[in-house]
Design a protein around this ligand. Sequence first.
Ligand code: ADP
Ligand code: MG
Length: 628
Amino acid sequence: MSKISIDFKTGLIKKNKPIYAGIDLGTTNSLIATIQNSNAEILNDQYGKPLFIPSIIYFKDDFSVLHGDLAKPYLESDPESTIYSIKRLMGKSYKDLETKKSNIGYRLHEDSTENLIKINIRGKYFTPIELSSFILSNLKLQAEQSLNTVLENVVITVPAYFNDNQRQATRDAGKLAGLNVLRIINEPTAACLAYGIGLDRQESKIIAVYDLGGGTFDISILRVEDGVFDVLSTRGDTNLGGDDFDQAIIQYWSDKYKDGIQFNLNKIRLLAEEAKKIVNEGEIFSSRILSSVIELSPDEFKLISDKLIEKTIECCKLAILDSKLTIDQIDSVILVGGSTRLKLVREAIKNFFNRTPDTSLNPDYAIATGAAIQADILAGNRKDLLLLDINPLSLGIETLGGIMDVIIPRNSKIPIQLAREYTTSKDGQINLKISVYQGERDLVENNRKLGEFILKNIPPMPAGIPKIQVRFSINADGILNVKAKELRTNIEQEVLIKSQFSLSPEIIAKMLSESIQFANQDMEIKSLIDTVNEANALLLATEKFINENTEHLSKKEILILNEHKLNLQKSIQTSIKNDIQISMDALNSFSTPIAHRIMDMNIQAALRNQEILKSITEEINQDGQKIK
Ligand code: ADP
Ligand code: MG
């Protein structure tokens, strides 16, 4: 592992010791830890308060932002401009979220495609990546103020169930915040590291990590062997956490004090959370609101929280079932997440797992401190821990508009094999060029080209129909093999690329430094290209729609559709992302009702045809009977 440090602002290679940190980018709270005096510790801000910050961002009129506790009050007073739980949206499309949108206070951009979700804040569109990068930038800034030095190298944690897209989105958010993301690791893995599990290469253990946070619950069963963590199974509920206990208390109070007390919703939420913490200590909670008193006893709390806790235990059962192990094969149970402070939760876990769970660490801090330990290992500061061979720079292919699509992220352990699926962008396309690149920049033109080949003889199909799998595998010698296969027809093509690790540490360092230096600029261009690609696809779809449905469209409708098309084409020319988005919205909101109308007509026609078919079948049957 090279020990070169880079100043990401200037691109200069530095000799002094860089700082390595771990970040827990949480749904409810985010925090940052580093190794200080050989201990992993949560960083304090410049006033000595732990950098444990609610993951909430408030956008003011001028798009300047407030973070954390300062942003919290706006959840009630200005919900459309106050972003919370953005982690739930990472790597998701509007379609994925449609059924859950009523729970979200801010405005999701409605879109019927598979495109990644955008959030409309005061008329400007933001992606979850951008919004997460605000949280990370704030952590970085505050950590730098407290350490009085530049923070560059971080490990960020994600839930074990995050897929490739969600992990890549988290990586991009880090990059956009000006951070060098050494690695994305699983939250339960970080929790184990915090407890010192996995640091001894000889040990082999099975660990259950129970993580109950503010809005989510995860249970993961891991196997640790030779310092390598394997997720055997993971279950959970993305809509179950401490907030639900608060909600249950609010519900209980509103039933108990039916005609009594008028509360302000924000105030009652805070009271419910406070009550939860007090009854958890075995005391009775009591508070005076105006002339009334509201109370909650530990027994009452047990009554209303049992069901929620039982739900988590059900998930544990399933996770163990999935792991194909039995409860007694589990060596330790680790608790993380603020809500595991609840004694009722601890008791239920103890009963289920038949042992006292390990709670010696602060459950709020374990994930961030574990990430800091991983960062320290990657920094090469732990002589006792050998680093496994890693892939030093990301490997990927060129996609529409010259964008680099990463297939194997940098710092992945090798040997490794990963695949992604792609499709064609033109109707009847029979050849597809696969160009392989190495590097961290978003546009391939700034990366290093390793080779290319053409997947030929794809049977002509409409754009978007072929399923082309591109598989990258790096063997233990660092040789990359790239295969492309059209899955519907099994047509296949491959290429071998040798010695991709021949780059000197200086060149690797330079490529990394440039990727951070140009991150903002790159992401802006990338997101413009993404929007233009989306707009071009919409233009094509609209044209197809008009051609295929001319007889069902009025002259006026065709005229207006064409006007919208023209407007969109003009916006594309301007290269202003927000303008293109607005023209797409205008076209979509005009065409969607028409499309629905025509779809209804087609369904009715299909139903009529079915009736006819049915009647023919019946006749035949009758005939048959007659013959009989
Ligand atoms: P996330 O992983 O979703 O970011 P956290 O792990 O920070 O969330 O957990 C936040 C939750 O922990 C909140 O619902 C909060 O009410 C709860 N919590 C914090 N302290 C306590 C406590 N002493 N007793 C019970 N619940 C607590
Ligand atoms: Mg958490």
